[in-house]
Each structure stands twice: as structure tokens, then as C-alpha cells.
Design a protein. Structure first.
Length: 420
């Protein structure tokens, strides 16, 4: 295994996990064995990655901001980062709408299948609708208010509060720039060393990556719903995957044209992070590996990666926003609704804003989808239509999210002459 490149090790672990699960679920005791004795190791692997997510963001962002030594550089880099993230998100939603209107996957859902799906996943859909209802009740500036924590220790205790941790780290880094250099030096030296320790922890955790993804894929197969439901949703899934593939092509063009790097170089460099994102369905859990690959293999300067990637893992959800656009129109088509151009333009706006507020954890996009559906006047109960196939698509869109973060970091680094 050690002679293989990391991405081949991860891919082999994924394939063996699927084969292992398919073989065992043929026996009556196979599913229970996987869930009780294999799945926990996958959960431990994800927990290890999440364990260092907050320390990594604190260490890398404080180090990255303080390394700039000039607040004007931070403003320049921040404007380009946010602008590119918003631009790629609008591209993603637009691509999703174009593809779903061409393929029309909702027309393949029969009345019988629709009734079966709504009945099977009604409870899951209701829980997401309730969660979204609480989000819709807040004021227009609540998202801005939530960025500023009232207790950094409390904020750092929950991976769902990444924006609050990022705010504190940037604020701390700016303050470190503004105080006299002799007073800042010991603090900066501490965070430089802290960052190196976290990076070494990542190296150690990644030794277990092939085994972790083996357990994750095996448990996914063992706990999957019936294959008949997946077949009924095949066209919807294919539509999402086509859209995601087109979005990856957009990233390749950005890297080729703006960063002036070979697409093969880009894909080879980021592939281990893509595969890990596919396995974990979490941009936050994948962040440590994304950062390591971007710096060590794609040539992005550490101070750029430390700033751009944590923000991307929190607000840049291109794959999620594309999926929300496809899902919304698919559900409308399944219920025989004909969405107007104005409604679809509304989906672009809402999905873009919703993706920014979506947490970088598995399934968060489903909650935000309820808000998109409500804005477009689409029955929220239709959420039950897509639950059966959501997990594998969540894995795919998380890979795209991570790819987008890496592409934008290369473009930003090139624009400030920090790309090797």
C-alpha cells in the first residue's frame, strides 16, 4: 500500500469497501456485521478529521493573516476570494437549471413511484422542513449577526460555527499585525509552531485514510434503500452528475486561463482531497487534506491557502447550490408544475444565498433546499422524492465543492503572485 500514491490507496479502499459490502449483504447477518463492526471505524476516521478542523482554521488563518504584514493585502485578497466564490456559485446554479430543463428528469417519475417515495421518506422530509422553518423565522441580518461570536470557546466547540471561528481568527491576525513587531513575535512563533503540529497530525491521520473510506463505503452500501427506488430516480441522479461534471470543467478552465496551469496537474494534485470528500460528504472534514494538497502539490503559497480555503469550506458550496437548483426543478416537474422564468431566476438568487449559509457537513444542503422550494412555490413535501438517492449525490457534490475551493485558491494565488 505504501508504494501506491495516496489517491490510489483511497480509491482502492473505496472499491474494496463496496465489494466487501455487496458480498456480505447477501447473508442475513451481513448488514448487522457491517453496521456494528465496520461502520464505527469509518465514524472514527471522520471524527479524527473533524477533531482538527477548528484548530487548523485557527492556526492557519492567524498565521496566514499575520504573515501578510499589511492589511491592504488582506483586503485585496479577501475581495478577490469572495468575488470568485460568488461568481462560481452563480455559474453552478445556472448550469444546474439549464441541464435540468433539457433532461426533464421529473417526467420519468410515475404517480405510483411518487406516492411510494413520499410515503417512505415523509418523516425525514418533515424533520428538514421543521429545521428550515426555524431558519426562515429569523430577521434579514441574522446571518451577519451570527458571524460574530459572543464566546469563542463555545464557538470553537461546534464545527457548525466555522464562520464564527474564521471571524475570530481573522480579527486576531489583524490585531497581531497592528501591535509592535517585538510584542507580536512570540505569539506569531507560537501559532507558526502550532500550525506545523496540526499539519503533522494530518499526515498521521491520512495513514488511516484507505481503511477509513473502506468502512464508510461498506456501511453506505449496507444501509442503502431498495435498488428499485434508486432505479426510479436514476434520471434525476444522472442530471445532477452531468451538471457537476460541467462545473468541474468550469474549474479546469479557470485554472487553465487564469492560473495558467495544466488541467492534469490540477486534477492530479487535488484528487486525494476529492476522493476523501466523496467518502466523508463533508467539506469541513476534508479541509485539512485540501489545504495540504493545495500547498504541497499545487504550489499555492501557505498564506493564500490559509486564508482562501477555510472560507471556501464554509461559504463556497457550488456543488450544493447546483444540486438545489436541479432538485427544485425536478420536484416541480414531478408534481406537474411549469416554473416561469421569474421563478427560476429566483431559484438562482435563493440557491446562491442558501449555499453560502449551508454548513460544511453531510446533509446540510437538504435543509437549505427547503428554503429554495418555498421561495419558488414548490411543494415542500416533494423533498421526500429525493431522499433515497441523496447520500450518493451528497458525496459527489462535496467533491465538487472541494475542487472549487482548490481552483479558486490557485486563481487568487496567481493574482497576487503567490503561485509557485
Amino acid at each position: 500500500m505504501r508504494k501506491l500514491a495516496l489517491h490510489w490507496q483511497i480509491l482502492l479502499g473505496m472499491i474494496l469497501g463496496v465489494v466487501f459490502a455487496v458480498a456480505l449483504i447477501q447473508f442475513s447477518w451481513g448488514k448487522d456485521l457491517i453496521v456494528d463492526w465496520i461502520k464505527p471505524f469509518g465514524n472514527i476516521f471522520i471524527n479524527l478529521l473533524k477533531l482538527i478542523a477548528v484548530p487548523l482554521i485557527l492556526a492557519s488563518l492567524i498565521k496566514g493573516v499575520s504573515d501578510l504584514k499589511d492589511i491592504s493585502k488582506l483586503s485585496q485578497m479577501g475581495g478577490r476570494t469572495i468575488g470568485l466564490y460568488i461568481l462560481t456559485t452563480v455559474f453552478a446554479v445556472s448550469i444546474g437549471l439549464v441541464v435540468v430543463n433539457i433532461v426533464k428528469p421529473g417526467s420519468y417519475i410515475s404517480e405510483e413511484t411518487r406516492t411510494e417515495l413520499v410515503g417512505s421518506y415523509a418523516n425525514d422530509a418533515n424533520s428538514k422542513i421543521e429545521a428550515a422553518a426555524s431558519q426562515k423565522e429569523v430577521g434579514p441580518l441574522q446571518a451577519l449577526e451570527d458571524i460574530v461570536p459572543n464566546n469563542i470557546v463555545k464557538a470553537a466547540s461546534d464545527n457548525g460555527n466555522m464562520l464564527q471561528v474564521i471571524f475570530f481568527a481573522i480579527f486576531f491576525g489583524i490585531a497581531l499585525i497592528l501591535i509592535p513587531q517585538e510584542q507580536a513575535a512570540p505569539v506569531k512563533a507560537f501559532f507558526d509552531g502550532f500550525n506545523e503540529v496540526i499539519l503533522k497530525m494530518i499526515d498521521i491521520i491520512m495513514l488511516a485514510a484507505p481503511f477509513g473510506v473502506f468502512a464508510l463505503l461498506a456501511s453506505l452500501i449496507a444501509e442503502s434503500p431498495s435498488l428499485d427506488l434508486f432505479k426510479a430516480l436514476g434520471m434525476y441522479g444522472l442530471t445532477v452528475i452531468i451538471g457537476l461534471a460541467l462545473m468541474v470543467c468550469i474549474y479546469i478552465l479557470l485554472v487553465k486561463i487564469l492560473a495558467r496551469r495544466n488541467p492534469k496537474f490540477f486534477l492530479n494534485g487535488i484528487s486525494p482531497a476529492q476522493l476523501l470528500a466523496f467518502s466523508t460528504s463533508s467539506s469541513a472534514a476534508t479541509l485539512p487534506v485540501t489545504m495540504e494538497r493545495v500547498v504541497d502539490n499545487l504550489g499555492v503559497d501557505d498564506e493564500v491557502a490559509s486564508f482562501v480555503l477555510p472560507i471556501g469550506a464554509t461559504i463556497n458550496m457550488d456543488g450544493t447550490s447546483l444540486y438545489q437548483a436541479v432538485a427544485a426543478v425536478f420536484i416541480a416537474q414531478a408534481f406537474g408544475m411549469d416554473l416561469s422564468l421569474a421563478a427560476q431566476l429566483g431559484i438562482i438568487t435563493t440557491a446562491t444565498l442558501a449555499s453560502i449559509g449551508s454548513a460544511a457537513v453531510p446533509g446540510a444542503g437538504m435543509v437549505m433546499l427547503v428554503i429554495v422550494l418555498a421561495q419558488a412555490g414548490i411543494p415542500e413535501a416533494g423533498l421526500a422524492l429525493i431522499f433515497a438517492i441523496d447520500r450518493p449525490l451528497d458525496m459527489c457534490r462535496t467533491s465538487v465543492n472541494v475542487t472549487g475551493d482548490a481552483a479558486v485558491s490557485m486563481v487568487v494565488a496567481k493574482s497576487v503572485n503567490k503561485l509557485a
